[in-house]
Design a protein around this ligand. Structure first.
Ligand SMILES: C[S@@+](CC[C@H](N)C(=O)[O-])C[C@H]1O[C@@H](n2cnc3c(N)ncnc32)[C@H](O)[C@@H]1O
Length: 253
């Protein structure tokens, strides 16, 4: 089948073990910020990607594709109610879940700086130019682990779709970069396996936006692989975590 051939070509000898490790749900850590609040379960690799943004209290932050909200929780816990967080997602259904998560898993004082919006992420670069200190773009992607575990999605998977997604990711990243203040940081992330949706998207934006440079992410999770611009956490080497790719880009002052 196309999916298996495509990734076998990419990963070579590593593919059989990686494939095995991708089956099933993966492992999650509990986020609970106070007694009486709902816990939220999130892959440690996702926590790592959100922390890579380096948010500190007082930052103005955009989480451009935020639903269902795991990474928004991590960002809010770093802001501690100081600064602002715009948690945006285009999908109305997923936004309802995002709102529920924010209301039920965060203390009131941390929630008060969060605004939930439903814009197309592509528009931020135009309408919110140079407005944010930090932007997280956790982009819509192939979601290969999910695809592998869903016969219906596996059936419709195609290499063309990977290509189409990478074009969309490039446009969203351009918008994220344009919404950054000079000196600001963007973290680009996906849960995709293919370099076409990961390093290749970053390589293109570095060409298109000369004010941006990439910064190596330090203090990796055990088993994470370094790539040309970022980090790829894959479950075969990383105790079931991932897949998560993330890269950090900084805009010159
Ligand atoms: C990988 S998920 C985000 C997961 C989320 N960051 C978390 O930690 O829970 C990608 C999200 O992007 C949203 N999305 C897709 N295209 C978008 C667009 N053009 N603008 C804004 N959101 C978009 C989808 O609705 C989806 O919720």
């Amino acid at each position: 089948m196309e999916f298996f051939d495509y990734y076998e070509k990419l990963f070579g000898d590593r593919w059989p073990a990686l494939l095995e490790s991708l089956k099933g749900e993966g492992c999650a850590t509990e986020l609970r910020f106070a007694e009486g609040l709902e816990p939220y379960y999130l892959d440690e690799a996702s926590v790592f990607a959100a922390k890579a943004l380096g948010v500190v209290p007082g930052d103005d932050v955009l989480d451009m594709c935020a639903a269902p909200g795991g990474k928004t929780l991590v960002i809010a816990s770093l802001l501690k109610g100081e600064g602002s967080l715009q948690s945006n997602d285009r999908s109305p259904d997923r936004r309802l879940r995002l709102q529920h998560v924010i209301e039920n898993s965060l203390p009131e004082s941390w929630r008060s700086v969060i605004k939930v919006t439903g814009y197309d992420g592509m528009k931020f670069g135009l309408h919110k130019k140079e407005c944010f200190d930090k932007v997280l773009l956790d982009a819509p992607c192939s979601s290969d682990r999910h695809v592998l575990n869903s016969p219906a999605h596996l059936e419709v998977w195609s290499a063309k779709r990977v290509k189409r997604l990478s074009v969309e990711q490039g446009a969203l990243l351009a918008s994220a970069v344009d919404a950054l203040k000079p000196g600001g940081t963007v973290v680009y992330g996906t849960c995709a396996l293919s370099p076409m949706e990961n390093d290749d998207v970053v390589r293109k934006i570095l060409k298109k936006r000369p004010a941006m440079r990439f910064e190596m992410i330090e203090d990796l999770l055990p088993g994470a692989d370094r790539t040309e611009f970022g980090v790829h956490i894959l479950p075969d080497h990383s105790a079931g975590r991932g897949p998560i790719y993330c890269a950090k880009l900084v805009k010159e002052k």
